[in-house]
Design a binder for this molecule. Sequence first.
Ligand code: INI
Length: 157
Amino acid sequence: MDWSTDERSDARGLRFAIVAARFNREITGKLLEGAQQALREAQAETVDVFYVPGAFELPLACKTLAKRYTAIIALGAVIRGATPHFDFVAAEAARGLQQVALETGVPIAFGVLTTNTYEQAMDRAGGKHGNKGYDAAMTAVEMARLVAAARKMETTG
Ligand code: INI
């Protein structure tokens, strides 16, 4: 089996949750717009949006929602400030989201920006480096299709 690009970006019949952190909301709002645009273009059947306070809360929210969706897009913006808080929040968001994906088998796309400055984050939220929310949603579509295809093989032999 070999997938064409068209198939990888076809989300018809698939259900997505987007979980967005409110922290740095000017940035996460733009990531959200990008993700929604990608899922519209891919013709996703369902796109539900949920909010959490910050990136640290993303893993638990995704785990709670995993049963109900084909894939989830986690969005956040962690910006390095003067405190070591950044390292804990960024690392735990990444570790937690990967853990949820591996434990549940539900693809979780990592749409969490981790940057040194606000400007660098803006550049990746619809600025000169594209929109990482859009990219994360396309990753979720591709992984959702891959997992669905693998499950189908298991049941059909
Ligand atoms: N949350 C973010 O999403 N981005 C940040 O940059 C950030 N910083 O820098 O503090 C941040 N902190 C809040 C954190 O995610 C939790 O909501 C909070 O610690 C309560 O659990």
